[in-house]
Design a protein around this ligand. Structure first.
Ligand code: GTP
Ligand code: MG
Length: 297
């Protein structure tokens, strides 16, 4: 499947539910009526109050300056794209590149670890997965299954082991073996439980003993269905673990894709990937033009 159709599939429900396409029909112009109708849709579409106000203000400004020459849909596309931070391009090479996956229970971390490993392996990288969820029964086996599917080595210890120690071992062996990418899975944790959040801090601290620049990426995995809750999760995980990017999973199953704007725009944290299904190939590098384009239909 091509990238555009994959984005289309992933955003179908959100697009149909927002239905901005209908609003754009019948020769509408960028006037106060249009802006008010759009504002209502956005409030209901999980973009959040702050982001909605930001967008509406930008549209009013455009309306003041508009000479009517730019298509309404193009104006909307331009202003919505601007809501996403645009600094994804920072691609400094590290070997190994250390990626820590964090998030609440069931958001899709382990699945995403497998999909990410697959993506990197497709890119010709040697990938190692670290089974940092030592808490949940069968978590290690689940990751090993993904490792097998993707063709990645898996570093594990026994259930109940210290996740920081698993992460440390994995990094040490990845360095020794000259592997390219280390992806660390972690146990699901509620952002409101401070002991579990401190455990994340410890993983980061211990990795830094081996290499102070690691982890290079801390990716917060967010289940799209949580909507506005994404903001609070992004706030706490960023505070404790220095989140560098977001991964929005299960977009295929929900109409709440608008929350992507909220979490990303509010904290200026770029979305790196979106999950659009349960298969190993269902993880797409985020592209804000494609994302907004598909939303507008
Ligand atoms: N439809 C769909 N399902 C997904 C996606 N990503 C993950 N899932 C499903 O979500 C469920 C939970 O995924 P896991 O990867 O086990 O989530 P987790 O965050 O590791 O869960 P814990 O380790 O228990 O915290 C599984 O049934 C996955 O197949 C996605 O992008 N789309
Ligand atoms: Mg898991």
């Amino acid at each position: 499947m091509g990238l555009i159709s994959a984005f289309r599939k992933g955003l179908a429900r959100t697009r149909d539910s927002l239905n901005i396409g209908a609003l754009l029909k019948n020769g509408r112009r960028l006037d106060e009526d249009f802006i008010n109708e759009l504002e209502e849709i956005l409030y209901e579409g999980d973009l959040g109050v702050e982001v909605t106000e930001l967008l509406i203000e930008a549209l009013r400004e455009r309306a003041r300056r508009s000479d009517g020459k730019v298509e309404l849909k193009d104006i909307l596309q331009e202003e919505m794209v601007k809501l996403f931070p645009d600094d994804y391009s920072v691609q400094i090479h590290h070997k190994p590149e250390v990626i820590l996956l964090v998030g609440v229970n069931g958001c899709g971390k382990t699945t995403t670890a497998g999909k990410l490993a697959h993506n990197y392996i497709q890119d010709g990288k040697k990938v190692v997965l670290a089974a940092g969820d030592t808490f949940r029964a069968a978590a290690v086996e689940q990751l090993e299954m993904w490792g097998k599917r993707a063709g990645a080595r898996v570093v594990r210890q026994s259930q109940g082991a210290d996740p920081a120690s698993v992460a440390y071992d994995a990094l040490q062996s990845a360095i020794a073996r000259g592997e390219d990418t280390l992806i660390i899975d972690t146990a699901g944790r509620l952002h409101s439980k401070s002991n579990l959040m401190n455990e994340l801090e410890k993983i980061v601290r211990v990795l830094k003993k081996l290499d102070p620049e690691t982890p290079h990426q801390v990716l917060l995995v967010l289940d799209s269905i949580i909507g506005q809750n994404a903001i609070e999760q992004a706030r706490v995980f960023t505070e404790k673990a220095g989140v560098t990017g977001l991964i929005l999973t299960k977009l295929d199953g929900t109409a709440r894709g608008g929350s992507a704007f909220a979490a990303s725009s509010r904290f200026g944290i770029p979305i790196q990937y979106i999950g659009v299904g349960e298969k190993i190939t269902d993880l797409l590098a985020f592209d804000r033009e494609l994302f907004v384009g598909e939303l507008l239909g």
